[in-house]
Ligand binder design. Sequence first.
Ligand code: NAP
Length: 302
Amino acid sequence: MRKSQVVIIGPGAIGCAVGSALTEAGHDVTFCSRQPFERVSVEKVGGASTLFPARVVLSGKDVPSADWVLLCVKAHQVPSAAGWLRAATGPRTKVAVLQNGVEQRERTEPFVPEGTTIVPVVVDLPASRAAPGEVTWHSRALLSVAESASGKEFCTLFTGSFVTASTTDDLITRAWAKLCVNAPGGAILALTGQPMRVFHKAGVVDVARAILQECIAVGRAEGAKLDDALVDRQIEIFLKAGPDEGNSMYADRMAGREMEWDARNAVIVRKGALHGIATPVSAALVPLLAALNPSSQAGDAA
Ligand SMILES: NC(=O)c1ccc[n+]([C@@H]2O[C@H](COP(=O)([O-])OP(=O)(O)OC[C@H]3O[C@@H](n4cnc5c(N)ncnc54)[C@H](OP(=O)(O)O)[C@@H]3O)[C@@H](O)[C@H]2O)c1
């Protein structure tokens, strides 16, 4: 195996989990962080854990030039990571974007030199961060990328680690299928400020159904293969979830942090408009989600 120089921007739940996997696989890993930590520990619920010393940099001037940059900040945090991207991306660097949503490439392109290889990654690795450098993950650690030479190279990085990375010839479907979980689940929990039990309250599944239908219609127009039965399957999953379970938009809302509503909900409206598809329910929810953002509340209009 060739040892690669990997720079992780955003050492949160996903950044620490994949950084730990890449350290386990024998690569040189550097975390670009806003706060110091000395070790990265990743524990599988009911399973094994890994603990490695972490190389953490707090300033762009200390970032090595990377073979691979893994951008693991949340979607709305990408502009704030511009300095890190500039510092870590040289002529041979490839940038993998590990984020929810379907716009990983568009979101990152403005912040890397023209011609940089960008690899969008669909992440199926339920994880949470307890403290800087401390992560717990549950049940599966899967990454999907499009079939390509750089996609294959990305997957090879994880050989010998607890993460399974694989290529697919239909990343569009995978990304939109994930959005069909995130768009209704995130918006409804964030707006109501209630965990999964909220789906049992009158009318809530109807809102979820409407968001799902809009997401499916727009996803299909974008080339995703999504069948109508997905609506009932997803509603059943929401109804069977543990009553106190949350999701990341809910966790961010409860903690008073900015939320990923643009990448998960506004995108449906944005892409729907491009295809002439009406998305009235998402369009109604987006300003409400935007109004919950701390920055919006700080700048309240009179
Ligand atoms: N966690 C999951 O289970 C999961 C599963 C699938 C997909 N995803 C997706 O993966 C992406 C990452 O999610 P996550 O759960 O890992 O989020 P997270 O735990 O909030 O991690 C984001 C990290 O980025 C850091 N960060 C933000 N801006 C930064 C900047 N300018 N410079 C340096 N660091 C910066 C944050 O640091 P601070 O602590 O300083 O704020 C935080 O450590 C999201 O798109 C999410 O939707 C997550």
